[in-house]
Design a protein around this ligand. Structure first.
Ligand SMILES: [Zn+2]
Ligand SMILES: [Zn+2]
Length: 149
């Protein structure tokens, strides 16, 4: 006596199928509506799984947002890039032009009203002390990356 082969017709009668993919047997059930959901439809939550219909009911979104496209702290990298470029310009442009144009000194600003210097000075570093830039960028990276997350 041999076991009957598991036929597809038998399967269609007895196996639960995904309501969205009737050709797929689906033994996992949505924990909210208790309907089957196939592997493609299952949306895994921290506890259990729900189907796309319930997910939409609950959240208003069709699917969970994909994992963020990037975990890179891009704003931090951009800021570091600006700082490095400015530092190179400090070296490239002679006569401390960058420093003279963008550094902040309270009495200059009181006289000149060049208030942008309060911000631009943040991108300037001691031209003759590269460790100033280096240490600032390391801490910018550490704090920036953590905050950006
Ligand atoms: Zn459901
Ligand atoms: Zn499905």
């Amino acid at each position: 006596m041999s076991e009957p082969p598991i036929s597809h017709s038998l399967g269609q009668q007895q196996e639960p199928v995904c309501p969205r993919h009737p050709e797929r047997a689906s033994y996992a059930r949505c924990t909210r509506c208790m309907r089957p959901a196939c592997g493609q439809c299952q949306i895994h939550l921290e506890v259990g799984m729900i189907c796309p219909d319930c997910y939409r009911d609950v959240t208003g979104h069709s699917r969970p947002q994909r994992a963020r496209t990037s975990n890179n702290p891009n704003i931090t990298y951009t800021l570091i890039g600006i700082n490095v470029v400015v530092y190179l310009l400090q070296w490239i442009i002679p006569n401390y032009w960058v420093y003279n144009e963008f550094a902040y000194k309270a009495d200059w600003v009181a006289y000149s009203h060049e208030y942008y210097r309060a911000i631009t000075s943040g991108f300037l570093h001691s031209q003759n002390d590269p460790s100033h830039l280096l240490l600032n960028m390391v801490s910018l990276y550490l704090f920036g990356a953590a905050i950006e997350k």
